[in-house]
Design a protein around this ligand. Sequence first.
Ligand code: CU
Length: 333
Amino acid sequence: MYIRKNVASLSEQEKRAFVEGLLLLKKEGRYDEYVHWHHAVMKPTVFPFEPRDATYRNGAHRGPAFLPWHREFLMQVEADLRAIDSSISIPYWDWTADSAMPDPATSSIWSEDFMGGNGVEADVWRVATGPFAHTKGNWPIPEHHDGPALRRQFGINLPTLPTTEDLALAMGEIFYDTPNFNNSPFTIGFRNRIEGWVTQRGDRRVKMPGSQLHNRVHVWVGGSMLPMTSPNDPVFFLHHCFIDKVWSDWQELQQEQNSEASPHYAPEEGGPAGHNIEDQLKPWQRTIRQVLDIAQLGYSYEQPTSQPRLLEMAARVRPLSPFMAERSPFMAD
Ligand SMILES: [Cu+2]
């Protein structure tokens, strides 16, 4: 059993080991395979009545498999890192903490000895600081649509990171996912909420316009985090580690409060290919059912001191259900 820590509580030594592991995987060409895995799941997987369009839904996004697919993805990358140095685990980036800072760009995650900082506008948003800066030459990005360098544009495409209040809306959901298991702003459930598709259109309690939660963080970082090749920015793994933590927190909450609905995953069958509970998480071997319990997978999460406050806020959220949705044929979209 090993622990995934909060980025904010990493020691100098732990930061160094993680960065050196990433740089070694990059040098060996292994890292670029991760980017390809993420990019290759673009193949459409749809119901007969849906458009055969890769951006509509694919094996890892805009559907129920979003969380299990990324959980398996992180474990694959983490196993490679731990083969280099068994003390390494992927740390998580709690961006709700950074959203409360006057300037999230000053967060320790972006320090010179860790992820490096923002891109430089005058240099077409190329990252100029830290181990992954293009000037250091250790982080080449092949066939990138805007040239072979890591790019970031903090807050340019969306002004703010998601808050604890935003996260509480996701934690307050009682369904994992509901038909049509897609990314409509009206699709109810934890998965669609945390992935970030439930905007102000689908729920008037949502405070900020635009993409939410997981999606919002990709868009806030900007640059290399925007396209489907987003694992090109190593912060991808820290971001998705937090998404995985939030999912495991939600699972624990459901086990306590809603245990008869176990295993807290949907659909069991009859959903789009790749998204049913017994479906394989391609290109790997495990099925969705096999990655539902992190204790069984051998890891756990360090909890931030803010956790009780989040759970308290989540307990006050009135969950939407498919039968009392804010959607009505009499309402304009
Ligand atoms: Cu993502």
